[in-house]
Design a protein around this ligand. Structure first.
Ligand code: BGC
Length: 776
């Protein structure tokens, strides 16, 4: 495994770099991203750099610029601090930089950068530290410390709120008032031009010489969309300068503020926060990280190499930093770490990130699913637009009732020169099944009846209405088909009967039939309510007619399930050079999408994803045949592919492959490729790291509603410990080469392991000797 960041062999909570490499700068900004789910900032430096991507986003604040799709606006910069030392502006491109060190503490999200600047014969030492608070979600605290070997050093600093930002030159924000309170609280107000979300940004500075607070008022200057405080300081040799900047952001969609009083109240809140110094604020925030995140879902890997532990710590850190705790919002494919994918949510959440939350923080999983419930109006709108019924969840989702938010056009086709139409928003429909898969997993793992009856069952039924209206009857074959779709493999557009889509659509209908019967007998009031709302009696009759006639592509003589009706007849080419290439989508250098469409080339797990998610539907032989057939044809051009392959390889006892895919998947963001992650993280890959560790090697799965734990510890590891929750009890699982120990904290639970069902009584522990499985 090769990481682009330095790790510390003793501390797996640390990622850093010891040199400033302009080539890697954008990637580092992404990797060292800081956030608390409410807002987040890329790890740009306080002083401006060439080609930086200076981004700050607040979750859910979507705005649609004319002729573009809705996106999260890039907000005014609260980090900026411009220093002039004896009249010379600090820049890493000038003079000499010595002892450069930038590192992120994953345990509490603190970012530290230090270096010495050698300029005009002087040496000035800088240390910057900052964090986004987990204890007050609106707060950012940063600090700079300066010392020098010179006497009478002049330090001029300009720091404040800089609204001269854009999303790649698109300007979403209209300028509002700028204000100064009590000579030191700076305030800028702005509003999005279409969604009319109001923002308030505040900042205040405390400057200290040798720990003594400077009483002088700053000189304030304001420009277009800017307000700054300026200080002019003289520092003698041996003296120490430090400045703490407290900044905050509030919006009119926040649930914890009243927008009428937001401007004044946010300033009083900042004032209260200023009563605590940097270290005290950091301690408060660190406590929340510890209590709300780390204690909930320990994952401990015993191995000689520390990088697997770094990878899982990094993944959990990023998930926490990018998950909004607001049911009107969801996790973007790139979180809030960059402009990529515009903050939109995809099926990435349900299939790749929700397992982590369902098993470790079910309350967060609940809220993420509730977002889909809020999105039902948008899902109905989408279905109606396409002449279907029921709830068709959008391929790309933004504000819940926006409905479909996918862009229409992508980059130019290298052969025709024309812009390529992005078909996913129209015909990549499996996301509706993916939502149902996550709902069922959540209900099975938590037994949360309240959610099931208030939201879950309704969404399952509504999704089935969509699928039923979507099915096409083929008279000749007397079967129902789903034609003209894109499956998970986005390199095959306009295909008929994509296996993943058809199997999961039928599964949705089967679940809806079960739910219908359950609520009719057990919850008559709910039944009546939903019958009136969704015309259940009629729809149920319709499902019964169709469910067993949905065409499910069957394994052929070689055991291969056709990915779609056309796939197996297409030309086969050797894709190995696109697999090993450390550049995403390099196949596009040689072919355009129409040409790729005509070849047996798969972008990401498709049939194999079906086999992984619905393992009980397929025999081991069929699983193996499909692995042998599809993996060599898969370019893994989506960050969603590698983790699925690692887990499936674990299931198939392909231990070597499982570990190779695991390592490659961990490298998705942390690896050495400069382009990957430059525009934002791959959140599904972060979920994937947990999935590979706990579901793949740790063997956790939900099968037919039951918990299964069948570990496959990699040879390179001596042990693995993790914690999950099941039906409200905490399970502490410890695995080593021949033993599985499960301790239950809470009420007793049942689980299956290698064909045996075990019962663990309340608050007790069980130890099982693992069967010896020959590696294939
Ligand atoms: C993948 C999709 C994924 C999207 C967002 C695409 O490249 O093919 O499956 O949902 O990226 O991560």
């Amino acid at each position: 495994m090769k990481f682009c960041v330095d790790t510390d062999n003793k501390n797996s909570w640390y990622i850093g770099t010891n040199n400033f490499d302009a080539e890697m700068a954008n990637k580092m900004e992404t990797l060292m991203f800081q956030g608390n789910g409410y807002f987040g900032i890329r790890a740009t430096s306080e002083e401006r750099q060439l080609n930086e991507r200076r981004n700050m986003f607040v979750s859910g604040t979507f705005d649609e610029f004319p002729s573009e799709v809705t996106e999260l606006p890039n907000l005014p910069d609260l980090l900026n601090m411009e220093f002039k030392i004896d009249g010379e502006t600090l820049s890493l491109a000038k003079g000499q930089i010595k002892g450069y060190h930038k590192y992120l503490n994953l345990k509490n999200g603190e970012l530290v950068r230090k270096f010495s600047w050698l300029i005009n014969g002087k040496r000035v030492d800088f240390k910057y530290s900052r964090f986004i608070s987990m204890s007050d979600k609106h707060l950012l605290v940063s600090k700079v410390e300066i010392a020098s070997d010179q006497d009478n050093l002049n330090i001029q600093v300009r720091s404040g709120i800089d609204g001269q930002q854009s999303n790649s030159e698109t300007q979403h924000l209209m300028e509002g008032d700028k204000r100064l309170y009590e000579d030191k609280y700076l305030q800028l107000m702005e509003e999005t031009q279409q969604s009319h979300i109001k923002f308030v940004f505040n900042a205040r500075h405390n400057v200290y010489i040798d720990e003594v607070l400077l009483s002088e008022k700053p000189f304030i200057n304001m420009g277009r969309r800017q307000i700054f405080a300026n200080y002019d300081i003289h520092l003698n040799q041996g003296q120490h300068f430090s400045m703490t900047k407290y900044a905050s952001v509030y919006t009119s969609i926040d649930r914890d503020v009243d927008q009428k009083t937001m401007a004044e109240k946010s300033v009083s809140r900042l004032k209260q926060n200023c009563a605590f110094n940097y270290d005290e604020q950091l301690r408060k925030s660190t406590k929340v990280w510890e209590k709300d995140i780390w204690q909930k879902n320990t994952v401990k890997i015993s191995a000689k190499d520390i990088r697997p532990q770094v990878a899982i710590n990094f993944a959990r850190y990023q998930l926490a930093a990018n998950t909004p705790r607001d049911t009107r919002m969801n996790i973007g494919a790139k979180g809030i770490t960059g402009e990529g994918y515009k903050g939109h949510t995809f099926w990435d959440t349900e299939v790749f990130m929700l397992p982590y939350y369902i098993f470790t923080m079910p309350n967060v999983a609940h809220d993420l699913l509730r977002y889909r419930y809020h999105g039902l109006a948008g899902a109905h709108k989408k279905a109606q637009f396409n002449n279907y019924r029921g709830a068709q969840f959008p391929w790309e989702a933004a504000w819940p009732d926006d409905g479909e938010s996918a862009p229409l056009w992508g980059s130019a086709d290298i052969v025709t020169g024309e812009p390529m139409k992005i078909w996913s928003g129209f015909i990549e429909q499996h996301v509706t099944s993916d939502v149902v898969i996550a709902i069922m997993d959540y209900i099975n793992a938590t037994n949360d009846q309240n959610f099931a009856q208030k939201m879950g069952y309704e969404m399952i039924l509504d999704a089935a209405i969509f699928w039923s209206s979507r099915l096409e009857y083929n008279r000749n074959q007397d079967r129902y088909e789903i034609n003209d779709v894109i499956g998970p493999d986005e390199y095959k557009e306009h295909v008929d009967n994509n296996a993943y889509t058809n199997y999961t659509a039928r599964w949705c209908l089967q679940k809806a039939i079960k739910v219908y019967n359950l609520i009719k007998t057990d919850y008559p009031n709910l039944y009546e309510k939903l019958d009136t709302k969704l015309d259940l009696t009629k729809n149920y009759a319709d499902w019964l007619v169709k469910v067993n006639k949905i065409y499910l592509p069957q394994p052929n003589a070689d055991g291969v399930i056709p990915e779609n009706d056309q796939y197996l007849d297409k030309k086969i080419i050797d894709v190995s050079r696109y697999q090993v290439n450390n550049q995403l989508s390099s196949i596009f250098k040689d072919y355009n999408l129409s040409q790729i469409n005509e070849m047996q080339i798969t972008k990401q797990a498709d049939v194999l994803l079906l086999i992984y998610l619905f393992g009980d539907l397929f025999s081991d032989e069929v699983k193996q045949s499909n692995w042998d057939y599809y993996e060599p044809k898969t370019t893994h051009d989506s960050s969603l592919s590698l983790s699925t392959h690692s887990i499936l390889a674990s299931d198939l006892n392909l231990d070597d492959s499982a570990y190779k895919f695991y390592e490659r998947a961990c490298e998705t963001d942390l690896g050495i490729h400069a382009g990957k992650a430059a525009q934002g993280l791959h959140m599904a890959a972060c979920g994937g790291v947990w999935n590979m560790t706990v579901e793949g090697f740790g063997g956790v799965r939900i099968e037919n509603g039951k918990l299964k734990i069948e570990p496959h510890l990699p040879l390179a590891w001596d042990g693995l410990e993790y914690q999950i929750t099941w039906h409200g009890s905490a399970l502490k699982v410890k695995i080593n080469n021949d033993k599985l120990a499960v301790e239950v904290i809470g009420k007793g639970i049942n689980f299956i392991s290698f064909g045996e069902e075990y019962q663990i009584p309340a608050n007790s522990e069980i130890e099982i000797t693992l069967p010896v499985i020959a590696e294939v």
